[in-house]
Design a protein around this ligand. Sequence first.
Ligand code: AMP
Length: 282
Amino acid sequence: MQVIDTPNDILRYSREIKGQHKRIGLVPTMGALHAGHMALVEQSLQENDFTIASLFVNPLQFNSEEDLKAYPRDLHTDLSMLEKAGVDFVYAPSENSMYETTPMVSVDFGPLGVRMEGAYRPGHFKGVGVVVSKLFHHCEPDVAYFGLKDLQQFLLIRKMAHDLSFPVKVVGHPIIREASGLAMSSRNQRLSSQGLVISANLYKGLLIAKSTWDNKGAPNETKIAVNDFYKGIDGLEIEYFHIVEPETLIDVESNNHQSVAFCVAGYVEGIRLIDNLYLRQD
Ligand code: AMP
């Protein structure tokens, strides 16, 4: 496994590989890796000749200095996990080599970018758009893997690649959960054992949404049942719970949709957590 820290070096390797007509998969991450990240890595390893995993805590996508500072970092463990998995390249640029100058240009994701996470984390997706565009240019992957844990991010990046003609296929990977149902997240490391128990209720609420929905409950009925459940959990502060049409993220008004996503964001012990349940009828 080679660890590369500059855009020029990773691009040189990537072009060499492309010259041999081999496929490259990219898995962008902010490190502090867990089994959720590693599932994306495994998929890339299976589907491509070469896999690049990137490790970069992107300051542009944090809307609080405190959150950025507190974000878990463990390069040593990350590298050993990626090496063990059989990753070919780790791209871990410094902040200076990623942002030699502060970007003035960003991506406007249109209506998709202002709902849910976009509404509560102003500027977040602009930062995501900039860093992912740069990673795509630095690594020139054939395929890039994103987790459905960040459903809105996945949709935005897929739309960006399509609308701005990035020659990259954007693939979404299902959410990997703890045995408790809690969606794995680097931020979970910051929770106490009691906090972890409280956080597992986020998913329980989504399961209540599913069963209410499956029983043909109207969206409002489902929202009331879920919000009542969340209100009864001490230590859990919900920011939003939305029932949306998964491609457009528009709130659904009736129960006759083919596909639907239940999306939740909330705080436990001051840590912001998100989760969703995507019911897809293909
Ligand atoms: P992050 O390091 O949090 O930016 O995540 C890097 C990538 O891993 C993103 O595409 C996430 O959506 C994905 N990811 C994070 N947690 C999970 C999870 N529990 N299951 C599936 N994918 C995940």
